[in-house]
Write a protein that binds this ligand. Structure first.
Ligand code: PSV
Ligand code: MN
Length: 395
């Protein structure tokens, strides 16, 4: 069983977010880091470094407005990724920063603004085709802040129209992921607030549209593994955004608050694979922006935590569990999960890492490489030369 579990780690390719390497913060302020990426090339270099020490992050997600500029063709950006040993993964549309989107993008009452949002998406789809990216990811900040502000049903129909138009332009290789989020920045109603709304919109749009589960986008105590199980069973789970949360969309490192929940989510995926004879096609992506933890270390921590919990979930004795379930042996069934969760999987992880030719401890390898110190000093100098002001304690 442990050989199969180790082998299953090859299924867990984790995409890193380009935006996770740049300076970010909350709406109250930013805490800048000397080593933060200044441009897309820096972000790709950092993602490449994480891939080098973990051997499981071959792609990087891009956010179009933050990673592409008119001075660089998509192909040039793709080449920078290749130079860093990675590829461009999902293309994330940006439908929330433009001043025009105050009342929404696809849900906006103004047809001209909806058209502008649609055009942006069609450009993203084309960009995806230009750089051979399989995933086009949509998250909408759309919603209203006050009762009566707009018609909820009309907004739903506007979304249906926009998403259908996007789907019509996908190539056969492209998958469109629709993310949901219960609140923020809209606080009265969010147009795509939960998995059911995403599911319905995807079904309406076409067969290449799937739901994206961001682990941080749920109300307190929601059973995320049930959502995952249902979406898997309906062939509608397209991808994940990995992070953890305590209160809202906190962007914490994966499993920092509730590792057992991530384990239970992974159990559903292994259960599916066990029944269907193959792992589902899911895009596993990180969505975290750290401004307290060192960014690259936080990414390595997330990735290795994901592998750790994935492996534990792979160790659940499925035959025994099925027997306990049939017999109504609740205590034994639960213990089948718990004993897997409490297994020390480090020896197995080390075995997998040795087979990939990497250090058994990716964080240690990263620290010993001196990369963090090198980029901090090089980027601080470059910031100075570029005239980028940093009002930080380190300045
Ligand atoms: C929104 O909170 C979100 O989860 C979406 O995925 C965005 O693309 C991303 O965060 C921006 O950081
Ligand atoms: Mn997300």
């Amino acid at each position: 069983m442990s050989d199969a579990a180790i082998e299953s780690l090859d299924q867990l390719k984790i995409e890193l977010p380009s935006w996770g390497f740049a300076d970010t913060g909350t709406r109250f302020g930013k805490f800048l880091q000397e080593g933060a990426a200044i441009d897309t090339a820096d972000k790709f270099a950092d993602a490449g470094k994480v891939n080098e020490v973990t051997a499981c992050c071959p792609t990087v997600a891009v956010h179009v407005l933050w990673d592409f500029s008119e001075s660089q063709t998509p192909k040039t950006v793709a080449e920078i990724a290749t130079e860093n040993g990675i590829r461009i993964g999902s293309i994330n549309a940006n439908l929330f920063q433009d001043q025009k989107y105050k009342l929404g993008s696809f849900g906006n009452p103004d047809a001209a603004i909806r058209q502008r949002a649609l055009q942006h998406c069609l450009d993203c789809i084309q960009l995806g085709q230009d750089v051979d990216s399989a995933y086009f990811t949509l998250w909408f900040a759309d919603g209203t802040n006050y009762p009566g502000q707009d018609s909820i049903r009309e907004r739903k129909r506007r979304f249906q129209e926009g998403l259908r138009a996007c789907h019509a332009k996908l190539s056969l290789e492209q998958i469109m992921l629709v993310e949901y989020k219960p609140f923020e920045p809209a606080f009265y109603h969010t147009d795509v607030a939960d998995w059911g709304m995403s599911y319905l919109l995807c079904k309406d749009a076409g067969p290449q549209a799937k739901t994206l589960v961001d682990t941080g986008h749920h109300y307190m105590s929601q059973n995320i593994e049930q959502i995952v199980a249902w979406l898997l069973d309906e062939d509608m789970l397209g991808g994940f955004h990995f992070n953890d949360r305590r209160y809202a969309d906190d962007d914490l490192t994966l499993g920092s608050i509730d590792p057992y929940q991530i384990f239970r989510i992974f159990c559903e995926i292994h259960a599916y694979a066990n029944e269907c004879g193959k792992y589902p096609d899911i895009a596993y992506m990180v969505d975290q922006s750290h401004n307290l933890k060192p960014k690259i270390e936080a990414m390595i921590q997330t990735v290795t935590t994901a592998q750790d919990l994935w492996l534990k979930a792979a160790l659940v004795d499925r035959d025994a569990l099925r027997g306990f379930q049939q017999a109504g042996a609740i205590v034994d069934a639960e213990n089948a999960l718990k004993s897997a969760f409490h297994t020390n999987v480090h020896p197995l992880l080390s075995e997998w890492r040795a087979s990939k030719g990497i250090d058994a401890d990716p964080l240690r390898a990263y620290r010993e490489s001196g990369y963090g110190e090198r980029i901090a000093s090089e980027r601080a100098k470059r910031r100075k030369a570029l005239g980028i002001k940093s009002e930080t304690a380190y300045a």
